[in-house]
Design a protein around this ligand. Structure first.
Ligand code: BYC
Length: 335
């Protein structure tokens, strides 16, 4: 996949050395922002392209599970809110593709990597949305996890990524609240509604915990990404923050987390969870989650159906260029 550039033989781009590399690291250490035209190690650029494009793909694929419920939202208000949320996710994808483009990769290349299955997107979006409560659980847990992960990225060393994240995080915070509000309505409703909320929590809890990525011991990119201040916290640190914030919220809702080992460690003040089933995470990453094929098929179909729009936009752009060139020519030719 496109991270292969990091492994090119004969070069060790991760350990970029020399005066430029030292100056670069000093700027990062001083919390200066790195901008597109600044010198940067090739591995830094590739790491950002990998992470930002994966992030953009996640936003775009993330529209699918919730989009599935737009036609079946239980009221006009819920429908309007859900449409706005799904549209926000599309917007986040666009900001992020634009941020990645500043690193010299084209949107067409990134989209091709997604559609061919070469690029990853978040594991969480390979699970189905079976009931309306899943829309609540996604907002509460998935957007909640996203906020935990993404707020520190507002301080990422790469300027365009950091700036894109500021607006995205504000919107994610609305999304989280709308999800929690759906869960609260269901949890305070009749027995069937409460059971629906509990069932959604049962199915979304562990995949949300896994969203933060492999444990620190198995995370191959964390150490370098933290040195470059692309990541400010490790996967396990962010996972723990998410758990500590979310468990009391589940208690407030009167719901039970699907983890018999869950306990509050009175000394550290942190919740301890049971073992994570990493075999499930790796299966999803390999393309064998419950909805991987369906998600990629939906994106491929959408891309093919949009071909005429891309062609029309390109033809229109060419027409505008021709008109501008003709006008310039006439201006020069006129006395
Ligand atoms: N799913 O060394 P590691 C959203 C991959 S959008 C799939 O820890 P890194 C939202 C990782 O890419 C949510 N793959 O890597 C949208 C790497 O593979 P490669 C997305 C995962 O990059 C709509 C390998 O595992 N958020 O929130 O240091 C509606 C080793 O991992 C996952 C972002 O993308 C996963 N869960 O850390 C609602 C945020 N985890 O590329 C919500 C930005 C790991 O070497 N991204 N992998 O083949 C990040 O913060 C980091 O990239 C990660 C992974 C924490 C995800």
């Amino acid at each position: 996949m496109y991270t292969q550039a990091l492994d090119s033989p004969g070069k060790d781009p991760v350990a970029a050395t020399g005066e430029a590399a030292e100056r670069f690291q000093a700027r990062v250490d001083a919390d200066e922002k790195i901008e597109p035209k600044d010198w940067m190690p090739e591995a830094y650029r590739q790491t950002l392209i990998r992470q930002i494009s994966q992030h953009a793909h996640s936003e775009i694929v993330g529209m699918l599970p919730e989009g599935n419920w737009i036609t079946r939202a239980p009221s006009l208000r819920r429908k309007a809110v859900l449409i706005a949320k799904v549209q926000d996710e599309g917007g986040h994808g666009m900001y992020l593709y634009s941020a990645a483009e500043t690193l010299g990769v084209s949107r067409a290349q990134m989209v091709e990597q997604l559609l061919s299955g070469a690029a990853k997107y978040s594991s969480i979006f390979n699970y189905p949305t079976l009931t309306w409560a899943d829309v609540g659980a996604i907002g509460w847990l998935v957007d909640g996890a996203a906020i935990m992960n993404q707020v520190p990225i507002c301080r990422c060393s790469y300027g365009p990524y950091a700036r894109a994240m500021v607006r995205i995080c504000r919107e994610e915070s609305f999304h989280q609240r709308q999800g929690f509000e759906i869960m609260m309505t269901l949890a305070r409703g009749g027995a069937a509604q409460k059971a629906m909320a509990q069932d959604a929590l049962d199915r979304w809890w562990w995949p949300s915990v896994m969203m933060f990525g492999p444990s620190d011991a198995d995370s191959k990119h964390t150490a370098q990404s933290m040195r470059w201040k692309i990541k400010r916290f490790s996967n396990d640190e962010l996972r723990q923050k998410f758990i500590d914030v979310t468990v009391p919220q589940a208690h407030f809702l009167g719901l039970t987390l699907p983890d018999a080992h869950l306990r509050l460690d009175e000394v550290s003040g942190h919740y301890e969870i049971g073992p994570i089933d990493w075999s499930e995470f790796h299966a999803v990453l390999k393309g064998n989650g419950p909805c991987n094929r369906e998600r990629l098929e939906a994106r491929r179909a959408a891309h093919a159906a949009g071909e005429w729009v891309r062609e029309a936009a390109a033809a229109h752009a060419r027409k505008l260029e021709d008109r501008a060139a003709t006008a310039q020519h006439q201006e020069r030719g006129s006395p």
